[in-house]
Design a protein around this ligand. Sequence first.
Ligand SMILES: Cc1cc2nc3c(=O)[nH]c(=O)nc-3n(C[C@H](O)[C@H](O)[C@H](O)COP(=O)(O)OP(=O)(O)OC[C@H]3O[C@@H](n4cnc5c(N)ncnc54)[C@H](O)[C@@H]3O)c2cc1C
Length: 290
Amino acid sequence: MEMELRTVDSLDAALDVLADRGADCQVLAGGTDVMIQLARGEIAPAVLLHVENVPELQGVSANGATRIGSLVTHRALAKGLLGPRYRALAEAAGTVGGLQTQSVGTLGGNVCNASPAADTLPALLVHDAQVALRGRAGSRTVPLEEFVVGRRATTRRPDELLTEIVLATPPECTGDVYLKVGRRSAMEVAIVGLAMRLTFDGDDVTDARIALAAVGPRPLRSPAAEAALIGSRLEPRAIETAVDAVLRDISPIDDLRGSADYRRRVVPGLLERAAGICAQRAGRTPEHEE
Ligand SMILES: Cc1cc2nc3c(=O)[nH]c(=O)nc-3n(C[C@H](O)[C@H](O)[C@H](O)COP(=O)(O)OP(=O)(O)OC[C@H]3O[C@@H](n4cnc5c(N)ncnc54)[C@H](O)[C@@H]3O)c2cc1C
């Protein structure tokens, strides 16, 4: 069967195609996942809907919340488009493949592809990201945690386009970070990715978010580990309790990149390091110790 390429230059035109052909259609943004999946025969859509020129999906706006257009590239995020409040997301975007992949690969594509090892997902999860979806039947906003439901599985309906990713403004005295273990620091899909965001009142942690990638069928938060850090001063006992909780929550597998055992063994070091960096970024300890 011949595949039809439909290139659109407005949101309206994109939604019309999806309303008509959504079930047979694959959205094409930067194509860094789609082109590989097509070449491997993993997908065979009747229609490729090329949305890269849709202006409504571009750019960032900050009006109370920060709204990131689905077409914003990893390169733009890595270069600091969002400023110092979202360093975890900039760091995650800066580890997605090499510069060429980052220059065309989009945040919306990373979210919709829903890989278990997607680097931006933990960084978005620690900021309670919401995804905005539009279809001819209407718009809806869904917490990212409910949008990605399994390996390469989302709750996007065939007639919907992901238009924006929405982040609330973090409180004062908050620091965040994304750390990735891979065979090479960039160019390589994560063996384990860990994002953390901590908020402090003096030395006390008042809010904690921890999310991981490549340790189960989808990136996930670890509420029990977060609870272990809330109310603590990041003393070793609190870190140990948080590590134990993460290790209970994750279900890593052996694959070409790393064994389940290796993935478990890197968690304690990553978590402890992330906590220290969050504390520094929140202004609790001198930045040069990072
Ligand atoms: C060499 C290489 C290295 C890579 N390394 C990494 C890595 O280290 N970490 C990592 O996380 N990823 C990595 N990737 C994967 C990929 O680059 C990212 O997932 C990227 O963000 C995908 O964005 P894209 O715009 O290219 O998406 P596309 O390939 O265009 O689309 C990806 C998926 O999202 C859907 N989609 C895209 N936009 C929308 C939208 N607005 N609404 C609805 N559906 C949409 C598509 O239909 C498709 O299912 C790598 C890829 C390559 C080729």
